[in-house]
Design a protein around this ligand. Sequence first.
Ligand code: HSE
Length: 310
Amino acid sequence: MKSIKVFAPATVANVVCGFDVLGFAVDAPGDEVIMRLTEKPGVVITKIEGDGGKLPLAAEKNTVSASVQHYLNHIGCNHFGVEIELYKKMPIGSGLGSSSASTVAGLFAINSLLDNYLTPMDLVPFAMKGEELACGFGHADNVAPAVLGGFVLIRSYEPLDIIKLPVPKGLYCAIVFPDVDVPTRDARQMIRSKVLLKDAVIQWGNIAGLVSGLFMNDLDLIGRSMQDVLVEPTRSILIPDFYKLREMAHEQGAISFGISGSGPSVFAFAKDEQTAHNITNKIQQHLTGLHINSNAYVSAVNEQGPKIIG
Ligand code: HSE
């Protein structure tokens, strides 16, 4: 029976000011899935590598198998089965869309094996089911850019309305994952559910500024719009020396700095690759001084989304 190997990218959700409505994909890191069609019906995970034993093998509990099963139920395919090997190539609980990368790799794999039965956009709701399983809410700001590549706006959840945004030329992303524990489920529960109108005014001005900056290819407008008065003040306390890290990133030439997704990863935008490396180097040095291990990634914005690698 047919088999395929797929890579799906990590993502930076929220993009600072767009909680749950903005996200973009990066070239690295990402996860890989090998999928085989089998004669025996059912979806099974046969192997998970690189997760340190943290992820469930049980098909109904794993976001990859559960969302592939949803996909197969939806299209009415029950006369064959699927075996999945998952290769985690990125840290879990990092704020880089780890569950999303695995889920999207799985959905892209099954859809490719079935000759692209659905469009990439149609895969997003199945991937959202995986996020619901992972953290209790089916947010789309990781899975939509992981599926579609590039920058994505979730204009509305009900009904789902997803818009691809332009990717400015020459934009580099510097990411550092400080190895401290911040589960998305907890990081969502700590946010205030009510906001002040004066804060909402600041926030929607910034979201509109960021989206305008993407269309206008205006990196300075993008940078000055990436401010978050709603979520960052609360979540930043989970990240060691967050405001010091932000100051250091700007000293190195960052045009913006903030929390990636629900954290603890932080990211900065830079106008060239070398500046992005300088930013990650400084931040990692500082974290080492705090006795915190970290991983760093420098990448352009990934415009392709998932890809077949074998
Ligand atoms: N928008 C989500 C949140 C992304 O901030 O909780 C989770 O990575």
